[in-house]
Design a protein around this ligand. Sequence first.
Ligand code: ITT
Length: 225
Amino acid sequence: MLRYVTTNEGKVREAESYLAEGSVSQLDFDYPEIQADELGPIAAQGAREAFRYAGEPVLVDDAGLFIDALDGFPGPYSAFVEDTLGIERVAELADTLSDTRAAFRCTLAYCDGGEFAASPDPIDRNDRGAAAAAGPDEASAIEGDTPPDAADHATDPVPVKLFEGYVPGRIVEPRGDGGFGYDPIFEHGGETFAEMDTERKNAVSHRGRALEKFAEWYADREVSA
Ligand code: ITT
């Protein structure tokens, strides 16, 4: 059974349409989030922690809102900003900017304790370092693309595979009562995500795009497992 690791039921609702009924269940596990500028390393480390905790295949979902004119803020700090400032204040702040463009990003990190063929995309950049540490076959697939922080992860070779999704939009005054989190202030194609039902949000959203990639890859992994 695949465990979808999140404390957020809104995410689980969205994920359910991509994964066969009965094949996934929520793991309400609040993994310790490392400090990082990008979602990938946070999700990857979370997946390793969650796998150690659950001992079953896990999928961690880390997402955030990136406002262009604020150099991507709040990005990886989106949960903290939602809890402290609140989404209305974020909308007010964006209203003072001449450019209100923003994007949602979602990174899914999968770990089942097994190996994956290293591939340039999607794979956790940190895992390229781990793959290099694991042996020459894996290392050959990474062709010197080892990140500066690879050494930190070389002792932690549990492979993690990443799947990323992105959706552009802009920040507006809150509208709509569906969805969760920043959905009421994120407009895409003339509607906020909170004005869309789950199916319509999934069709365009960061999470929908990442889940689509994951589901396709996972179907093959399940078959070959
Ligand atoms: P978990 O870490 O337990 O999964 P979380 O809600 O804290 O739950 P994230 O750290 O990924 O999840 O989310 C960062 C913030 O972005 C948080 O405030 C979410 O409410 C918000 N968020 C994530 N996905 C979103 C989406 O699809 N629509 C609106 N807001 C979203």
